[in-house]
Design a protein around this ligand. Structure first.
Ligand SMILES: Cc1cc2nc3c(=O)[nH]c(=O)nc-3n(C[C@H](O)[C@H](O)[C@H](O)COP(=O)(O)OP(=O)(O)OC[C@H]3O[C@@H](n4cnc5c(N)ncnc54)[C@H](O)[C@@H]3O)c2cc1C
Ligand code: SF4
Length: 441
């Protein structure tokens, strides 16, 4: 048995990682902003929030005005302030970043958002009723954004969510270190106060069927995200824990989450990093992420990778799981095979090839699988055209079925899926739907 090449780094309970800015800190930070004309930070924001405008309002103590500026472009401003990969977006584009520290745009946005949510201030109210009805499927960021924008325009919106709570992955999938559940729920409540009617426990396609929505509503928006983790297809897989369930439990029932002492997380994307972080913070002594390619091909954001290394997580590259070793269901280790990288495959990344006879067993008492999400089957059941399994939409976010629109992760065949992209899809789709409804009297 050979050894897997790895890097080990330093390590530390689940609470929001960054503290809120104090009033003084926010004013001081906002005063650093150069209020750039044609600001690159605004261009880099997928929802194009007027960043210098909201920052200027913070510097003059106008927090309500600041929140209004943010929410005009992005109804989920409190979530995005916390979960956006700002290093890759607004802050990455800030002109001060080249020689000084970029403006802490995410934390300033959170400061303005926390001001209105903390005081239960409703910045917007329902628009004048226009006697048009839209069904929104999925209460994640895409669905909430679409529902809220339509409600603001006076459309009667019913939001169907199959889970018990709204918020999608903001509620169930993004670790507390980045976003506590309460933040996602507060946003959903705000959108309900705008007039959107929320029905939870409704699995559209099963109950109610989509045909019923088509009959009873003027348009339908699908923002149903993606599904569970795919199967690895290896012996003993039934003893592997699903990464999304692991994170969900850490958010909603942390005292019920069993965390091993020696944990292997399969995968090297952002979900794997989150699972490794949860394991480490909840007491695992050793956490190893296992990836079949190298650091170069990892899909995790560089700043997330840097973070997990500081948490004391070890990353083992060029190895692929083949068998879960267990005794009566108690996990003892994960047998892996070493990998060599070949030519680029369809994903554009070097194809992993097993090296025969290079098997080795990594000791573990818990194995977590974080290897992406399956596409959902509703698209197939509706006979919608797809692109690599994702729902295909046109520039108006309309699917191949007239009157059915879609957005968020379920359409993201290209580029990396993120909350802010889902919010922008929902907003743009709402505008396209509204235009259609108005034009068709
Ligand atoms: C572990 C993890 C961590 C992440 N971390 C970040 C991060 O830090 N920053 C970031 O920007 N992005 C992050 N993302 C990605 C981000 O969460 C998604 O891009 C975003 O949530 C997509 O929003 P959505 O509304 O399209 O889908 P979802 O958030 O998945 O919401 C879809 C909703 O539709 C519901 N639904 C599905 N089918 C039906 C049906 N048939 N009927 C009714 N309801 C249905 C689901 O229950 C769900 O509530 C992360 C993703 C994961 C998995
Ligand atoms: S780029 Fe930086 S300095 Fe310029 S407006 Fe944006 S946050 Fe302010």
């Amino acid at each position: 048995m050979s050894e897997i090449p790895s890097v080990t780094v330093a390590g530390s309970a689940l609470q929001e990682l960054l503290p809120p800015l104090s009033e003084q800190e926010a004013v001081t930070e906002s005063a650093r902003c150069l209020m750039c004309f044609d600001a690159p930070c605004t261009h880099a924001c997928p929802t194009h929030i007027d960043i210098p405008k909201f920052i200027k309002k913070i510097s003059t103590g106008n927090l309500l005005g600041s929140a209004r500026t943010i929410l005009e472009s992005n109804l989920l401003g409190a979530t995005c302030a916390r979960v956006c990969p700002v290093q890759e977006l607004c802050e990455g584009a800030c002109v001060l970043g080249s020689e000084h520290k970029p403006i802490a745009i995410g934390r300033l946005q959170r400061h303005a958002m926390d001001y209105v949510y903390g005081r239960k201030i409703d910045v917007f109210h329902a628009g004048k009723f226009i006697s048009k009805k839209v069904a929104v499927v999925g209460g994640g960021p895409a669905g909430l954004s679409c529902a809220g924008e339509l409600a603001k325009l006076g459309v009667s919106v019913t939001l169907y969510e199959k889970r018990e709570l709204p918020g999608g992955l903001s509620t169930y999938g993004i670790i507390v270190l980045r976003e506590p559940v309460e933040v996602a729920l507060a946003e959903s409540e705000m959108i309900q106060r705008l007039g959107a009617k929320l029905e939870v426990g409704k699995d559209v396609g099963v109950n109610p069927p989509v045909t019923e929505l088509q009959k009873n509503f003027d348009a339908v928006f699908i923002g149903m995200g993606l599904g569970n983790s795919p199967q690895l297809g290896i012996p003993g897989e039934e003893y592997i824990v699903d990464g999304l369930e692991y994170i969900e439990r850490s958010k909603l029932e942390p005292s019920q989450l069993d965390v091993g002492r020696d944990v292997i997380v399969i995968g090297a994307g952002n979900t794997a990093i989150d699972c490794a972080t949860v394991a480490r913070r909840l007491g695992a002594e050793r956490v190893t992420m296992l990836y079949r390619r190298t650091e170069k091909e990892m899909t995790a954001y560089p700043h997330e990778y840097a973070f997990v290394k500081l948490e004391g997580v070890t990353v083992s590259f060029l190895a692929q799981p083949v068998i879960v070793h267990h005794e009566n269901g108690v996990v003892k280790g994960l047998e892996c095979v070493r990998i060599a990288l070949g030519e680029k495959d369809a994903s554009g990344r070097a194809a992993p090839k097993e090296i025969p006879g290079s098997n080795l067993i990594l000791p573990a008492d818990q194995i977590v699988k974080a290897i992406g999400q399956n596409k959902l089957s509703l698209a197939a059941r509706l006979d919608l055209k797809t692109d690599k399994g994702f729902i295909r939409v046109d520039s108006n976010f309309e699917t191949s079925a007239p009157g059915i629109f879609a957005g968020g992760d379920c359409i993201r065949a290209r580029g990396s899926a993120s909350t802010v992209m889902a919010v922008q899809d929902g907003k743009l789709a709402a505008r396209a739907i509204y235009k259609r409804l108005i034009n068709h009297g």
